[in-house]
Design a protein around this ligand. Structure first.
Ligand code: FAD
Ligand code: UDP
Length: 399
């Protein structure tokens, strides 16, 4: 069922564009039809509307926010429907941009890996080395020497296995990476690009934060509230529960911005791009706290899930109960992750080539550009796309 949400305009847009806009409900013509209300689609909708363009933003899901969507569950606990999302970036521009739509709660994410009889920090740090090997490495220099002796150099470093083994050696690789990666991706680390495990490089300090970025924070009232603010504009019409295929013919006048899977857009003409999916088991417990940190990873292949998240660590919510979710990875279901490996990249390149020749559509986002991007990278990509579009628009007007 099509549901439309629209909110009143920001005053700045009214003063910038004094002619009263046509009511969006009755409006039938749009400058842009944006498919997907996640970060990619919402940032572009916000930027284009601020420029005076009329935008129709649709999503097949019944909510905005894409995979970053959060909501209060039946017990009133703020949870993330599609898995834990922690915002981190080194870009002041991206942080400032999003800060227009939300206040923040500073949050430094920490993860422990459950390796049977121990729970040790991930990424691997000096504490991990001491706990795993029963050592007493006292400083960074000692830890660096120890790691250098375990590392198994390989040249070139190509796969997700190479990236780990060349840094920390086979024992730590097998204990922390091999099983987790096999469960998460359904592939051995030797079959994935090195970029996958390079996301969690070992360090020799005892810093146990998962991310080292300059800005690390959670939207104070959640992601969904931040998206509501972003989309709260007279020139943006949001149409939820709406498939692109069902409305595309109604808007031949609009330029399409597509943020869903690119192979779907082109009717899988070169074959399906593989995406990894997830399932979640959510549980609410009658306890204020269950876990010592926000996420526990389970690298062992004898445990069926990859990780458990306790949301209250992330959100800071005070509540007598707590909700945790178990994550199970699989090949079927909604697309969550592009799978970085050479043959998939080659297939994507075929789609990208047709995309480049299609002047009526622009592809942005994690699924549409088949890139294992974090939220901040998608925001950066959407802002760059907007700049390119407005430059092209300005030169068309000038001509
Ligand atoms: P999406 O959020 O996937 O939005 C695309 C939208 O398009 C979807 O809502 C979909 O329903 C809609 N759509 C697709 N096709 C159609 C169609 N044909 N018609 C209508 N609608 C359509 N990033 C971080 O920075 N930090 C994290 O901690 C983090 N954790 C993550 C954990 C998990 C489990 C996952 C899966 C991702 C995580 N990410 C994290 C990455 C983050 O989710 C993405 O970078 C970001 O949400 C991508 O935004 P997007 O707009 O490109 O895509
Ligand atoms: N990884 C692992 N063990 C860990 C943490 C990560 O093997 O304890 C590997 C795994 O392949 C994972 C990848 O590193 O998919 C990237 O981890 P990250 O936490 O960034 O994954 P995401 O949060 O994107 O699912």
């Amino acid at each position: 069922e099509e549901a439309i949400i629209r909110r009143s305009a920001f005053t700045h847009s009214l003063t910038q564009f004094p002619s009263p806009p046509t009511s969006a409900r009755s409006r039938s013509s749009f400058d842009y039809l944006i498919v997907g209300a996640g970060f990619a689609g919402s940032v572009l909708a916000e930027r284009l509307a601020a420029d005076g363009r009329h935008v129709l933003l649709c999503d097949r899901r019944p909510h905005i926010g894409g995979n970053a969507y959060d909501f209060h569950n039946e017990d009133g606990i703020l949870v993330h429907r599609y898995g834990p999302h922690i915002f981190h970036t080194n870009s002041q521009e991206i942080f400032d941009y999003l800060s227009q739509f939300t206040d923040w709660r500073p949050y430094q994410h920490r993860v422990l890996a459950d390796i049977g009889d121990h729970r040790l920090p991930v990424p691997i740090n000096r504490t991990t080395l001491n706990g795993f090997y029963g050592l007493n490495l006292k400083d960074e220099a000692e830890a660096a020497l120890f790691l250098a002796a375990r590392a198994e150099p390989c040249d070139p470093i190509e796969t997700a296995k190479d990236a780990v083994v060349s840094q920390v050696g086979g024992d730590l690789y097998r204990a922390f990476f091999q099983g987790y990666t096999r469960k998460q991706w359904g592939l051995d680390p030797s079959q994935l690009d090195r970029s996958v495990t390079s996301r969690v490089p070992a360090r020799v300090s005892d810093d146990d934060r998962y991310f080292l970025d300059t800005y690390q924070a959670m939207p104070l009232h959640g992601y969904t509230r931040m998206f509501e603010k972003m989309l709260d504009h007279e020139y943006i019409t949001v149409s939820l529960g709406t498939e692109f295929a069902d409305i595309r013919r109604d808007h031949p006048e609009a330029h399409t911005i597509f943020t869903g899977p690119i192979d779907e857009y082109f009717d899988y003409r070169f074959g399906r791009l593989p995406y990894r999916s997830l399932e979640f088991r959510h549980e609410t417990h009658d306890a204020r706290r269950l876990l010592p940190v926000g996420v526990i990873n389970y690298p062992s292949e004898t445990v069926p899930y990859t990780r458990i998240t306790e949301y209250k660590h992330l959100t800071g919510q005070i509540h007598p109960k707590t909700t945790i979710s178990y994550e199970f990875a699989g090949g079927e279901g909604e697309p969550y992750y592009p799978i970085p490996r050479p043959d998939n990249q080659a297939l994507y390149k075929q789609y990208e080539a047709v995309a480049r020749r299609s002047s009526d559509v622009t592809f942005v986002g994690r699924l549409a550009t088949y890139k294992y991007y974090n939220m901040d990278q998608v925001v950066g990509q959407a802002l760059a796309t907007y700049r390119k579009m407005s430059k092209a628009h300005a030169s068309t007007i000038a001509a």
